[in-house]
Design a protein around this ligand. Structure first.
Ligand code: TYD
Length: 213
């Protein structure tokens, strides 16, 4: 039986979700009655990390949108089976930097693949498993892209190189999904200072853990 929980961290590029996740990990480790595991997509296990390298390679400019979607789904399946499910069975809390909603936002709304197809493929890859809570770090595309350009330590990937209008569709797509599933999503204004975003996120996570303990 699965007794653990999944919290996914989502948002457009440059929203700062990874920094927030890393800084709140110790807080969650303190509060959660079990182990807290942090992982990411695409990747998280060796096979999925190899798929990640193929997807994000800046030289792969000829990659077709459906190929891209299928590769994300393949990486997700392997990650779920090899890492996420065993942790859930042990009752652990799994924090994922991007999950199913990234495919709906980027390949669905961003690339223009029908979201009904993306939803189906997500369901197929995860056997219908969804996060218990999804935090959406929302930021205007111009702000997100400016942050990426300023951050010299960040590796630039193929998706970062997309034009502003693709990033804007991704952002709007995320907001649409969040509206459709208000019980699962909490939207955080990530245009605030990093300290304020961390504080707002901490409050939401503590309330969630309190309720679900
Ligand atoms: P990454 O360097 O992990 O970006 P970030 O730090 O913003 O999370 O690269 C992941 C990229 O892959 C990011 O641009 C979003 C994209 N992506 C999709 O397009 N679809 C997906 O299903 C996933 C998981 C990620």
């Amino acid at each position: 039986m699965r007794t653990g929980k999944i919290i996914s961290f989502e948002g457009p590029d440059g929203a700062g979700k990874t920094s927030v996740l890393e800084s709140l990990l110790p807080v969650l480790q303190n509060k959660y009655d079990g182990q807290v595991i942090m992982t990411r997509e695409p990747g998280g296990v060796a096979i999925a990390e190899k798929i990640r390298d193929i997807i994000l390679d800046v030289n792969h400019t000829s990659m077709d949108s459906k190929t891209e979607l299928l590769l994300y789904a393949a990486a997700r399946r392997q990650h779920l089976v090899e890492k996420i499910l065993p942790e859930l069975t042990k009752g652990n809390l799994v924090l994922i930097d991007r999950f199913i909603d990234s495919s709906v936002a980027y390949q669905g709304y961003g690339r223009g693949i029908a979201t009904i197809d993306v939803d189906w493929l997500n369901d197929y890859a995860t056997d219908g498993i969804k996060p218990d809570l999804t935090l959406l770090f929302d930021v205007p595309s111009e702000t997100g892209l400016a942050r990426i350009q300023k951050n010299n330590n960040r590796e630039v990937n193929r998706l970062d190189l997309e034009k502003l209008d693709m990033h804007q569709r991704v952002r709007q797509g995320y907001l649409t999904i969040a509206n459709q599933e208000p019980d699962r999503f909490k939207v955080i204004d990530a245009s605030q200072s990093l300290e304020d975003v961390i504080e707002e996120t901490r409050t939401i996570l503590e309330a969630f853990l309190e309720l679900s303990s």
